[in-house]
Design a protein around this ligand. Structure first.
Ligand code: ATP
Length: 245
């Protein structure tokens, strides 16, 4: 399988803090790549760098489907097919649920008029069981529904690569189980996915491969079961005593 995304030796500093250090990894077409790592290890910074919101890397190279996109701006990155969801709800609170999807649809969906675009938006809402709430302000729907709305709006951009930043944060246990099914479903049609998550059971359930960051560096990479039992990973999360015990 070919690489849809290749990250080659990227670094990012904030003053003296090296948030990402010489990081390289790749994402294959149709793959789900999980990213774990303790708080502050650089996971969200990595997504910021990839989407260029609000900054790119200080050094290193990023390629999407073989094309170098390191100097691209945020809009060009979306046009290239890389779209993210955020850790906290970042839908437009005052807009209705359907309006949130409408503002994410590409211009081509409006070529046949507003009615056709609304029909398209409803298809996205239907597939996430949000159709019944289409006219409610986004701020008034439940936490899990807002997470689903964020993913629906990301998919409305028709990505080739979907970045999910802690999609299960704040969800109940049954909702986490549903989110696992939902991630599997969006990947079924061949969409490549990178998911950051602290809930390791979710990462193990959905990921083909797992990487762990620590202090901005790649600490471990491989099959999820192997990575979570790696003593270096256990030490990074729980300290040296846990790794030795
Ligand atoms: N815009 C910024 N300015 C200064 N420092 C930043 C900025 N963004 C992130 N950092 C710092 O970079 C480091 C990595 O942060 P980041 O948010 O990427 O970690 P994370 O792995 O996503 O953490 P968490 O799991 O808590 O979300 C942290 O020390 C953080 O304080």
């Amino acid at each position: 399988m070919s690489d849809i995304l290749a990250v080659d030796g990227i670094s990012k500093s904030f003053g003296a803090l090296k948030a990402i250090r010489n990081l390289s990894f790749s994402l294959k077409q149709s793959e789900v790549l999980g990213i774990a790592g303790p708080n502050g290890s650089g996971k969200s910074t990595l997504f910021n760098i990839l989407t260029k919101i609000p900054f790119g890397p200080d050094s290193g190279e990023i390629r999407i489907a073989g094309d170098v996109v390191t100097e691209y701006g945020p809009r060009q990155i979306v046009e290239k097919g890389l779209v993210r969801s955020f850790q906290t709800e970042t839908d437009f609170e005052t807009l209705s649920v359907i309006e949130n999807v409408l503002v994410s649809l590409p211009d081509r969906d409006f070529a046949k008029g507003e009615a056709a675009a609304r029909k398209r938006a409803m298809e996205f809402l239907d597939s996430f069981d949000l159709a019944a709430q289409k006219d409610r302000p986004a701020s008034e729907i439940g936490v899990y529904d807002r997470k689903k709305l964020m993913i629906a709006t990301a998919l409305a951009c028709r990505p080739k690569i979907l970045l999910l930043d802690e999609p299960a944060a704040g969800l109940s246990r049954p909702e986490v189980a549903e989110m696992i099914q939902l991630i599997r479903r969006v990947n079924e049609d061949g969409l490549s996915v990178i998911v950051i998550e602290h809930i390791i059971s979710l990462l193990v359930s959905v990921s083909n491969r797992l990487i762990v960051l620590n202090f901005g560096e790649l600490l471990a990479e491989g099959a999820p079961d192997d990575v979570i039992s790696d003593p270096r990973v256990i030490e990074a999360y729980l300290g040296p005593a846990a790794a030795n015990g």
